[in-house]
Design a protein around this ligand. Structure first.
Ligand SMILES: [Zn+2]
Length: 399
């Protein structure tokens, strides 16, 4: 894969956007550099586009560390639910938290995402599950911070306790009340379509209602079992279908035909000891693939997209170049932002990373550490020598 690498390259930006890239020896002839320009000399380090993490559950409260240990000790899903509360405990804690508390948690996590090189991320709701609590979660995810954000309403994440056994009634609440009330406040609507979550028919209701209200579409599909969410996504023109561990060759063809992006989340497979989505097959079929973290308190508690790149290379045998492209351009496509971010091309935002490495190939190879030494968002240096640059960054949570 040709990444368009430029040895001894330079990037010029003005008013937050890239205006020129090329060999550094040509910059003086190519454009007039004003005397007051900020010059950053990275001394031969690799420079790559900022990571675009197209699938995160950013805002939630609570602590599920005990659940991780219980699962390793062999506890079943139901035993965990009974002993630790599982996802229901996250819903309870998120409902009990104020918007300010959730915003402080989000800001602290965004600091971590930024230090690990994520300059744009998608933030889902889905732990509120009432109109008021979904709105609170959505607003908390908009806390002031240099990381660019795209917001997704995932009210159809699970059926809340108070609607147990009345899933269709809860779907009606989502379609008739929550989605209309929050239209215009989130770019995407999403639904968890899977065994033990919502059926294809319930998912169709959510996505069709969302589409008619102006939301763009995403879906959690074929993570736990094959239930048909991918075909639904393709038929409705969804921007992305996410997880896709159990997709079939027919699904792959449908994604290609519909132009729906496959968002793969290898960190979740790693945490849950499951198989990995077939990234190699998807790429071979010409499907646009994005790599994302799935950051969440149950199945992937990591802000580090470098780890997802490493897992994709190790487990799916994709090349470092393919994985890097999926974590940048692929993520941008999964958010409908491929003309704004995802690569260092004139006209796009100047969001870039300076690696503590001479080549992008070290990202999967030198694994388990943070290789991001510097971060620039919109032309502003926000991480220098691995440290967040203040005062651009929101204050720390005090809990
Ligand atoms: Zn998810």
């Amino acid at each position: 894969m040709d990444l368009g690498l430029i040895p001894h390259g330079a990037v010029a930006a003005r008013e937050g956007r890239v205006v020129w890239t090329g060999p550094e020896t040509e910059i003086a002839d190519a454009l007039e550099v004003p005397d007051d320009a900020v010059v950053v000399d990275v001394e031969g380090a690799a420079v790559i586009p900022g990571f675009v993490d197209a699938h995160t559950h950013l805002t939630w409260a609570g602590d599920r560390a005990a659940e991780y240990g219980a699962r390793l000790a062999g506890a079943t899903y139901l035993e965990i639910q009974a002993a630790c509360g599982g996802i229901t405990s996250t819903v309870r804690a998120t409902r009990a938290a104020t918007e300010e508390q959730l915003a402080a948690l989000a800001a602290r996590r965004l600091d971590s995402f930024l230090r690990h090189g994520t300059t744009t991320l998608e933030a889902k709701t889905g732990y509120g599950l009432t109109l008021e609590d979904e709105a609170k979660q959505l607003d908390a995810g908009k806390v002031a911070h240099p990381v660019r954000r795209v917001h997704t309403l995932l009210a159809a994440h699970l059926t809340p306790e108070e609607y147990a056994g009345r899933e269709d009634e809860y779907i009606s609440l989502v379609c008739d009340r929550i989605l209309p009330a929050l239209a215009g406040q989130a770019e995407f609507v999403d639904v968890f379509c899977d065994e033990g979550a919502f059926t294809v028919e319930q998912s169709r209701r959510v996505l069709e209602a969302g589409r008619s209200l102006g939301y763009r579409l995403k879906i959690h599909a074929e993570e736990l079992a094959h239930t048909g969410g991918t075909a639904l996504a393709a038929s409705l023109g969804a921007v992305s279908a996410d997880h896709l561990i159990h997709i079939t060759p027919d699904d792959v063809a449908l994604l290609k035909e519909a132009g729906t992006v496959a968002v793969l989340l290898p960190g979740t497979s790693y945490t849950l000891h499951t198989t990995y989505a077939p990234m190699r097959e998807l790429l071979s079929a010409g499907v646009t693939v994005a790599l994302a973290t799935d950051f969440n308190p149950g199945s992937c508690y990591s802000e580090n997209l470098q780890m997802s790149i490493s897992l994709a290379c190790q487990e799916d045998r994709v090349t470092p170049a393919e994985a890097l492209r999926a974590a940048t351009m692929g993520g941008a496509a999964a958010l409908g932002l491929q003309h704004e971010i995802g690569s260092l091309e004139p006209g796009k935002y100047c969001d870039l990373l300076v690696l503590d490495a001479a080549s992008h190939q070290e990202l999967p190879y030198h694994w388990g550490v943070n290789l991001v030494a510097g971060v620039i968002v919109g032309g502003e240096v926000v991480v220098r020598d691995r440290q967040l640059v203040s005062p651009a960054v929101a204050p720390r949570a005090t809990h």
